[in-house]
Design a protein around this ligand. Sequence first.
Ligand code: PMP
Length: 306
Amino acid sequence: MSNYSKYIWFDGKFIAFNDAKIHVMSHVIHYGSAVFEGIKCYNTDKGPAIFKLKEHMERLHHSANAFKISIPFSVETLCSAAIDLIKKNEVKDCYLRPVAFYGYDTLGVHPKDCPIQASIATLNWGAYVSKEALAKGAKITISPWKKYKSNAFPESTKAAGPYLNSMLAVQDAKSRGFDEALLLNEDNSIAEGSGQNIFIIKDGIFHTNDKNSNILMGITRSTLFTLIEDMGLKYKIDKISQDELFNADEVFYCGSASEVTPIRQIDDHIINDGKAGKLTLKLQEKYYNVVRGKEAKYFDWLTFTN
Ligand code: PMP
């Protein structure tokens, strides 16, 4: 647990890491009734900056509302808690994990009067897939587990319970020696990774899918739309078939934790001669410059904590 910082923000207070506990009979333990976010803070020349903080806290509220979890803290309160936590923990580069959940009251599935609790932790978390994958590309596999449809859970929400689908997929992928999983929809179109959105590049054009493919509408995904256009390139949004995937010039995953991770192999299909794609690496470099505050044009996306 040494990756975790000293303090955790819990129900409005900053408390020591070891004191941030909940009861084993909490509703969330039994039914996965939590919503969460994954946010990155990067060190910049102007000190630590949280990337797209407000968008993440707004999505947390969106996810919570979809599950009728009424978070007793506003987006603004959660944003300032995150900023204060970074300062208190004296961290520079870190990952932030806000979570809101049903606590302890009843064991029934209906949460009735279960209290709604919320916390934010900061932790040191290096490359999500791996350092090597960021540079050379990841090896992924098509999961035997299908992505659940948006009519089984509210679309584009980050809720704990549904992540068991992602957990099954990534456990299977790792057990077979792959870095990550790729989940397909019932119609065998491409959905997304266990914790990433996917892009393919064909003839210089970027392609990705949308909520019609049962994906989380990633914040990184929409960040990349702007960056792709600002680089003078084009993107299209549509369903992606397996055929298009295997015949792509380049493929990559994106996400707040995964950033821009090139993909060099999908099962036994080798992409781009088994190397990270050139345009992918160009976009990755641009993304790092933006999140690390090297380009003033994008300062609006950064919350400087100092
Ligand atoms: N899809 C899934 C299933 C995810 O868990 C994530 C990570 N939050 C993403 C996509 C990417 O979303 P974002 O760019 O907002 O981090």
